[in-house]
Write a protein that binds this ligand. Structure first.
Ligand code: ADP
Ligand code: MG
Length: 162
């Protein structure tokens, strides 16, 4: 899958990217957010929601597993599987029913639900930019690498490139 790399020097850049991405998301899309704690996954999800006109609070789904929004004619589900001890908890919680043709699903920590979470149309890997000085990492910006795995995902990438 073709990749797109985006340097995001600060939080404002992460937010700007969310505003670019949000309007490109179409019903049925699954977007994986891969990256360590504090990499900016929830920040990006919040900006995506803002770009779609949602003005209310956007909580991290760390404790609830999923937060649900209806915005700009989209059903948007925001997941976080960080707390899973085993991927089968995805099935135990009945989360598969949320992944439908008429929903957009943003997934933090998809690897924690590996083999159960539906495949991604678009995968966004979050990296810390300051790799040489570990202590400075959180402040040193981020680098995102995007991969597309479907027509819808590729459409997003080409729009982001334009
Ligand atoms: P995650 O959901 O990945 O655990 P959060 O979005 O909750 O991460 O937190 C990310 C933190 O990093 C926030 O404090 C945010 O201000 C900061 N941040 C987000 N994007 C960037 C960036 N591009 N450069 C530097 N800091 C960022
Ligand atoms: Mg988070």
């Amino acid at each position: 899958a073709a990749a797109l790399t985006l340097p995001l020097p600060d939080e404002a850049a992460t937010q700007a990217f969310g505003w670019a991405l949000g309007p490109l998301l179409t019903p049925g899309m699954v977007v994986w957010f891969d990256g360590d704690l504090g990499a900016g996954k929830t920040t990006l999800a919040r900006a995506v929601l803002r770009s779609l006109g949602y003005e209310g609070p956007v909580k991290s789904p760390t404790y609830t597993l999923v937060e649900f929004y209806v915005v700009s004619r989209l059903y948007l589900y925001h997941f976080d599987f960080y707390r899973f001890n085993d991927p089968s908890e995805f099935e135990d919680a009945g989360l598969g029913e949320y992944f439908r043709d008429d929903t957009v699903c943003l997934v933090e920590w998809p690897d924690k639900a590996a083999a159960y979470v539906p495949a991604a149309d678009l995968r966004i890997a979050f990296h810390f930019a300051g790799e040489t000085v570990p202590e400075s990492r959180p402040a040193d910006g981020r680098r995102l690498v995007l991969h597309a795995y479907s027509t819808a995902g590729r459409q997003c990438l080409s729009s982001l490139r334009a």
